[in-house]
Structure formats: C-alpha cells, structure tokens
Design a binder for this molecule. Structure first.
Ligand SMILES: Cc1cc2nc3c(=O)[nH]c(=O)nc-3n(C[C@H](O)[C@H](O)[C@H](O)COP(=O)(O)OP(=O)(O)OC[C@H]3O[C@@H](n4cnc5c(N)ncnc54)[C@H](O)[C@@H]3O)c2cc1C
Length: 502
C-alpha cells in the first residue's frame, strides 16, 4: 500500500453501527474493558437496516423480546416499528456511552492485513467531507450486515421501460410518494410485501399483492400476555425481559421442531389461521399455500393478521400468477389478466453482499471469500484476526450477536492471557480431504437472495465446526464450550514479541 497518514489505531475496529455493531461494542466494552475500539459506519447515524428502510409500516417480523439484546429489557409490544427499534438502540448507545467510539459517514473501502505487523490497515472514505482516511487495528469485527444497503434487488422484466407510472423498491422508498387515488401493485410475497400492503391499503385507491408463489404467514396478536401480566403485578422490566425472552425462545424452539417433525400439522394450522381471517370461500390453496415446508424460509409474523384483514376488507387483494411483461399502465400476467397500476412496488428482496463488498487483502494477496472455509459462520480460513457477525434466519438475528460477542471477547481475552497477537483458523489433520460444500444447505434454507449469491459465499465442510449452523438452540450450548486451544486455532506472536519472550 502507498504510504498514507494513519488517522488512529484501535485494538478492535467494528465495521457497522447496526444492531450487530452496537451490541458487539457493548459486549466488548463490558467483557474486555481494557480494549480501545472504534465503530465505523457508512450511514449518517446508527441503526443500519432500521434506518435504511423507510417504507410505510416498516417493522420487525420477529418479537423484540428475542430481537432485543439479552442485556437491555424491551418494554414495548413484541413486534416493533423501525422507529421504536432505533429508540431502543439509541438508549443502548447513551446508557453505555458508546457515541464517542462511533464515526458515521465513514465507508470502509479496503482492509489489508500484514502478518508481519499483525495489524489490519483499514481505508475509509468519508462521505461528509470527501476525505480519505486510514486506520489500523489489531482485530476486525465485521458487523456490516448481509445485503447491499445502497440498492435492493429488482429483476428485469420485459417492457419495464414502457411503464408510465412510478417503480419503487422498498429499500429506497422516496421521501414523498403520493398514494392518494393511486392503484398500486406490490410485487413480492415476503415480509416486506406483507408489511407494506396493509400499511398503504387505506391510503391508495387499491393495492394488489402480486406473487409468483405463496409464503407462510403467522398471524397473532401484537401483545405478550405473559409480559403484560408480569408487569401488572410489579415485576421489574429486567425480570420481565428475561422471562418473556425465555418463553418466546421455548415457543420458537417448539415451533421449529414441529416444523421438522410434523410439517403437515403446522402447515394445516397456519392455513387454518389464514382461513379464520379470510373466510371459507377464499382460495387459500392458491394464494397462501407454499410449496416448501414451513420454516424452510423465514416464517413471517403478521401482527393482528393485518395483511389478511386488509384483504378481507377489500382494500387489498392478492394475485398469484407470473409476470408476462410490464405495459404502459400496468402488468400483463401469464394467465392473460392485466393488472392496472399507477405505482409498482418491487418488494423483490436484496442483493446479498459478502462482507460489505469490501476488498480484503492478506499480505498483499486479495481474499476471495468463496475459496475460504467458514469456521462456525464466524471466522474464515486464511483470514487472521477477523470475525463476522451473521445472525439467525429462523430465530432473531440478534440472539447470535450476543453469542458471537461472548466468543470473540473470550478469544480476545485468551490471546491477552497467552500473549498472542494473531489468531486464525485452519483445517485440522482430520479435516484434510473434507468435501467442501456451498455455505448453506439449500434444502435447509433457501431464500432467493441467498441462492443468487451462494457462489460468492465461503464454503462449508462436513464437520460441524466448519458449518454455519442456523440453530440457536444448539449454538447456545456449543459456542460457550469452544476450546480455544483446539487444533483449528492457530496463534502467533509478532516477531519482536517473540524474541523478547525467548
Ligand atoms: C426490512 C427488514 C426487516 C427485518 N426484520 C427482521 C426481524 O424482525 N428479525 C430478525 O431477526 N431479522 C430481521 N431482519 C434481518 C436484519 O437485517 C437483521 O436482523 C439486523 O437488523 C441486521 O443487523 P446488522 O447490524 O447485522 O446489519 P445492518 O442492519 O445491515 O447494519 C449494517 C451496518 O453496517 C454498515 N456498513 C455496511 N458496509 C459498510 C462499509 N463498507 N463501511 C462502513 N459501514 C458499512 C451499514 O451502513 C449498516 O449501518 C430484517 C431485515 C430487513 C431488511
């Protein structure tokens, strides 16, 4: 690298001030109190996903007793708006004095590791000033999320350029959209479409959810009876959080297990719940009966069945069909039906981004993550002093933020105690010749954004330590038990430290 002035050094540099980065910073400060740290984020403030997405109705689809951190009680309704999540995160930052560690509008544009210096050099572009900066750090804690924040995924359809109305991707929802008297078609069947459609149903002339294939939805009241009752009898917020969290985790585990052991029963229950809102004459088979097993893709929670209520009221409707092409005033479907539209919303998902799209180098050699093997979805072979936080799909993302943080803090403290400057993971003797497989088993979890980018993701191996498990209930036992002196961990000291120790 050309010499450039180094702006500052931190023991740990956290990439991203979303819910993962802020949680990781809390744990680092609490569990490794002597470590200096810096958090960099490309956005102008904290929150990541919850700041980027501003479409109508934006909310969580998992409950905040588990999506919230284990250390900070959640006191609102289980399904929260983006604003409520940002307020919660803001409180974590204030209560723990984290703001002084964060630099916003700082995009990491390159990271280069020197195995001689045992140091990362991180190049940054400041969007506020246009300045380029450089930082160094010993450890990189990657909390940059999993998708490209600048642009969502929109497929190419024939005739798109002929459409005379507005095409909007929810990830880049414009500040002012006039929905009054407009016919809206929302393409997609995931959590985003399910949130957006009921949220705008009463503000536009009509909204149609257009899906190629159905999704499972889980309608339930947006209240936690147990938490409400505990609060009513004077139990502290801390204890309510702990109990409600345990109960939510127990219930989710039970649902997950049932989805594996009796998928048909769970499926029948979900369809019956939909029928309860939509009535006996609604074509549930066509519109709300997916081909996959429940939980093979994220099961979207719909508070108070609002999507079904919107459809039942007539303000919204659902069409299950394929797009033939866009027309000047709508969408022509393969069945021959034409859907008129003034606005088309493409709730068609994300572009997966592997490690924020940042070019990484180790000793001058570019890192191709697809050629690395993941260590439990946290570290990568051949990439020293770096961890990646990638949460759960089937359980709340943040549960893994807490677990990974415990592991990282234990690892950092272990390195201090044993006087090491570098750690990396490597295949063990017993792993030689191990078959390398795509990062995620498509039969296990297969959302579109993952399938489109699987070839870019690190590989997994047949041995469980080389897999990215999506099982919180197993990992909460296995991650704390990791033996940091096991063969897969390779430690090293800086040359100077080595000779003085000798
Ligand atoms: C609309 C929506 C709803 C969701 N709802 C749920 C839910 O209910 N439950 C659940 O478990 N999960 C949900 N998810 C998944 C969700 O993304 C995660 O739960 C979680 O918010 C991710 O947090 P994160 O901090 O890891 O990543 P992000 O929220 O993506 O934040 C990453 C941060 O890193 C920054 N960053 C990225 N690259 C760089 C770079 N090169 N330089 C500097 N900064 C960088 C970004 O600016 C961003 O602020 C949802 C996702 C979406 C999009």
């Amino acid at each position: 690298m050309v010499s450039k002035e180094v702006e500052g050094h931190a023991d740990v540099l956290i990439a991203g001030a979303g819910i993962s980065g802020i949680g990781s910073a809390y744990h680092l400060q609490t569990q490794c109190p002597g470590k200096s740290f810096l958090i960099l984020d490309a956005l102008e403030s904290f929150g990541g996903t919850w700041r980027t997405h501003t479409y109508p109705g934006i909310r969580s689809d998992s409950d905040l007793y588990t999506f919230g951190y284990r250390f900070k009680p959640w006191i609102g309704p289980p399904i929260a708006t983006a604003e409520e999540i940002l307020t919660y995160m803001g409180e974590v930052i204030d209560e723990n004095d984290l703001a002084k560690h964060i630099q916003y509008s700082h995009t990491i544009v390159g990271a280069s590791y020197s195995s001689v210096e045992k140091l990362w050099t991180v190049d940054v572009q400041c969007s506020a000033t246009g300045r380029e900066k450089r930082y160094t750090c010993t450890f990189l804690w990657m909390c940059q999320g999993y998708y490209n924040h600048a642009q969502g995924y929109t497929p190419e359809w024939d005739g798109m350029e002929t459409f005379e109305g507005e095409i909007i991707h929810p990830q880049t929802w414009p500040k002012a959209v006039d929905l009054k008297d407009k016919k809206v078609v929302c393409i997609g069947s995931g959590a985003t479409a399910a949130t957006l459609v009921p949220a705008i149903a009463n503000d536009c002339a009509h909204v149609t959810l257009l899906q190629r294939s159905p999704t499972y939805f889980f309608p339930a009241e947006n209240r936690n009876e147990l938490a409400d009752e505990l609060r009513r009898i004077g139990v502290s917020n801390e204890l309510v959080h702990e109990i409600a969290r345990k109960k939510a985790l127990f219930d989710q585990d039970e649902t997950c297990q049932r989805c594996l052991t009796e998928p048909d029963v769970v499926k029948a229950e979900l369809l019956e719940a939909a029928r309860g809102y939509l009535g006996p004459d609604f074509d549930i088979v066509r519109h709300f009966t997916p081909k996959y097993r429940p939980w093979q893709q994220r099961l979207a929670f719909i508070p108070d069945g609002d999507l079904f209520q919107g459809i039942a009221s007539g303000a919204a409707s659902v069409v299950t069909d394929e797009i033939e092409r866009f027309t000047p005033n709508g969408i022509l479907l393969k069945s021959g039906q034409h859907l008129e539209a003034d606005i088309i919303v493409t709730a068609t998902g994300f572009n997966l981004s592997v490690l924020g799209g940042i070019p990484f180098k180790v000793d001058g050699e570019p890192v191709d993550f697809s050629q690395t093997v993941t260590y439990r979805g946290m570290m990568f072979t051949g990439v020293p002093n770096m961890v990646w936080v990638f949460g759960y799909f089937r359980a709340s993302w943040t549960l893994r933020v807490d677990l990974v943080a415990d592991f990282v803090c234990r690892l950092i403290n272990h390195m201090d105690r044993t006087d090491q400057d570098e750690v990396q993971v490597a295949l063990r003797s017993q792993d030689q010749g191990m078959t390398l497989l795509p990062w995620m088993d498509a039969d296990n979890f297969n959302p579109g954004y993952l399938m489109r980018a699987m070839h870019l993701m690190p590989k997994r191996g047949g041995n469980p330590i080389w897999e990215h498990s999506q099982d919180y209930w197993k990992e909460r036992e296995s991650l704390p038990e990791i033996d940091l002196e096991a063969e897969e961990f390779r430690y090293a000291r800086k040359a100077a430290a080595q000779s003085s120790a000798a």
